[in-house]
Unconditional design. Sequence first.
Length: 453
Amino acid sequence: MTSLPQAAPRIAKLTALSIGVALLATACGGSSTPSSSGSGSASASSQAGGISCPAPSASAAASSSASAAGSVPASSTTTDTPLKIGSLLPTTGSLAFLGPPEIAGVNLGIKEINDAGGVLGKPVEVIHRDSGDTKTDIATQSTTALLGQGVSAIIGAASSGVSKTVINQITGAGVIQFSPANTSPDFTTWDDKGLYWRTAPSDVLQGKVLGNYMTTCGAQTVGMIVLNDAYGTGLAKNIQSAVEAAGGKVVAQELFNEGDSQFSSQVDKVLAAKPDAIALITFDQAKSIVPLITGKGVKPTQIFMVDGNMSDYSKDFKAGTLKGAQGTIPGTFAKDDFKKKLLGIDPALKDYSYAGESYDAVNLIALAAEEAKSTKGTEIAKHLKDVSEGGEKCNSFATCVTLLRNGKDIDYDGQSGPVTFSDAGDPTEAYIGIYEYQDDNSYKPVKEEFGKL
C-alpha cells in the first residue's frame, strides 16, 4: 500500500521514545499453574511447537468511580459558535467491527456533556461520517464533507493507514484530528501543526507487551502474518524487537496487502518454519486466515492476535476454533458500568474495543474548549495537554467542568486509563489488556499490563 510521505517533525515533538513496562503479574497470565487447555506438547500433525499459558485471573481490576458532580455551574463565558465535532470512524471496510463501539463511545460522551449543559453554554453537535478503509477514497470524501460543515475537531480515523491519507487535509484546515485507535509510531513525529492527538498508545507499547507475552508463554520462535500498511509493519517491527530482546527469534514474516482475499501462500510459508507461536497482525482478514492455520493442525493456544482483529467470532467459526488463543488490545478492560452505559446507546454492541478511547477524546476536546473559552480548533489544541495533567484528578465531564468553572486546574483520567499527553499529542502512559478466547469464540480479559512511553 502506498502511503503519504512523512513531513518534517514539528517543534516540541519528542526526539526519542523510551519505554518501560511494569508487569502487573509475573509470567504469562500471572500464575504458575498451567491451564488444562494450554498445556502439553503439540500433536504430531501440528506445524508449530507447543507452548503453555497459565489460566487467566478470575476477574479484572475494578475501576475507581467518580464522585457525583452535583449541580454543574454555568459557564462564565458563552459562545456564539457551538462546539461541533465530526467523527471519521469505520462503518464499512476491514475495520468495520471497530466502528460500533467507537461511535457509541463518541455518542455517550456527547450525551453526558449535553446533559451537563454543554460547552460554553451551548449543546455540542456531532456529525458522523464513514472512514472506509485504504481500498477506497471514502475517508477523503467524508473529511471534505466534515470540514465543509465547520467542525472544530474530527475523531478518527481508526486505521493508521486511513489517517495518513487525511491528516494533512484535516490539520492543514486548522482542525484537530483526534484518533481513538491510531497506533502507528509515525504520528509521533508528524508535522501536524500541533493538531493531531490520540488516546491510543503507540505500538511501541503494544508490540513490547505482546512480544514479551509470547516468550513468557514459552515461545522461543515466532512466525508472523502481517498486513502491509503503517499499522501492520509498525506493530510487527516492535513485536520482533521484543521477542529478540527476550532471547527469542522471529523465524518467518509474511506480508499481504489490503484487499487480498487469498492467504494460503503466507500461511504455508509461516508454518513451514515451524514456529512455536504465530502472531496475526491483521484486520478482519483473520476470518480467512485462522481456519487455514487451525486446519493444518496448529493449536489455537499457539495463535496470538492484536487489536486489529480481536473481535467476537462466535458467528464466524465453529465452537472451539479459537479456544485458548490470546491477544492484546490497548486500554484498560471496559468496566461493567461503562458497558451498561454504552449498551444504552447501542444495545447491539458485542465489542468494546476503543470505546473508552473515543469517549475520552470527546471529553478532552470539550474540556479543552471550556478552558480555552473557545470552540476554535487551534485554540482548543493549545489546552489539550493542560487538561490531561497536573491538576485535580477527575474522570467525567461533569466533575471536571465543575472544577474548571470554579477556577481549578484539572487532570482528566478516563475510561481508557490515565491520560497524560506528551508534546507530540501521544499518551505518555497506558494499559494494554490481554484477552483469551473461550469455547464460543468470544474473548475474556486475562490481565492488564501498564507501561510508560
